[in-house]
Design a protein around this ligand. Sequence first.
Ligand code: SAM
Length: 258
Amino acid sequence: MKTNRIIQGDALVELKKLPAACAQSIIADPPYFNVLEDEAWDTQWKTAADYLAWCDGWVAECMRVLRLDGLCFIFGQLGKREHTFLHLMSRLTQQHQFHDLLIWDRAVGYDERRDSFTPQYEMVLVMRKGEKVKFNKDAVRVPYDAKTIEVYLKDKRYKDMDARRAHLEAGKFATNSLRVPSLKGISKEKCGHPSQKPLDLIEKLVACSTDAGDLVLDPFMGSGTTAAAAKKLHRKWLGIEKASNYIKIAKSRLKAAK
Ligand SMILES: C[S@@+](CC[C@H](N)C(=O)[O-])C[C@H]1O[C@@H](n2cnc3c(N)ncnc32)[C@H](O)[C@@H]1O
């Protein structure tokens, strides 16, 4: 199968053409359903039930093309009053094996509500196919700053201080709440997609779930963030995207990343 390319087309149709168990990791950032009210691709279903039925189809295909030890990441958010993602999570975890629920902490709020807290996070449902998954915990360690390391080294309960220092310098294991600032309008990384995800966030998902040379699949490629992360980390990648304007953005982004 030819990799490192964007397939233009409908995710469900194109996923069906891929061989079973070809992808080590799948990063799916699908339309949310009526959250981005100005985007035709987010408002294309009449009812939440239609949207959920559509999700059943493409997620089942994702699970078919996922390797037995692979992970499938599915982004979702709640929007102002929408809560369809709650139903989607409930439904998908009854059909497939739940692995984790990540919080993407965007560091700043994104909607001003007068009658509630300001939303600051999105969610990433993680599903697995088999019992044993590939997960590189060391690849997503979070470094301690130098001052914290020095403070911790004052704790004299540790006998082997060299080992203690090496342990601290390796950083701590990342939690399932990932704090990565969302992209501001003026960010250099921003390339014209209304729901472009930060490269740093997608890199963490790629790094923890694959090794160099593994295939990462993104069925809703948008501006090509997954491909950019995979390329940077020397993974193979494959993206599906319906809209030609976003494919154009993704292609020039990947060319610039050479
Ligand atoms: C939430 S965005 C993905 C953004 C992407 N993660 C990024 O960082 O740029 C969802 C994308 O799905 C695409 N899309 C919508 N319906 C689709 C379908 N049926 N098949 C393939 N792509 C679709 C939209 O054009 C949009 O670019």
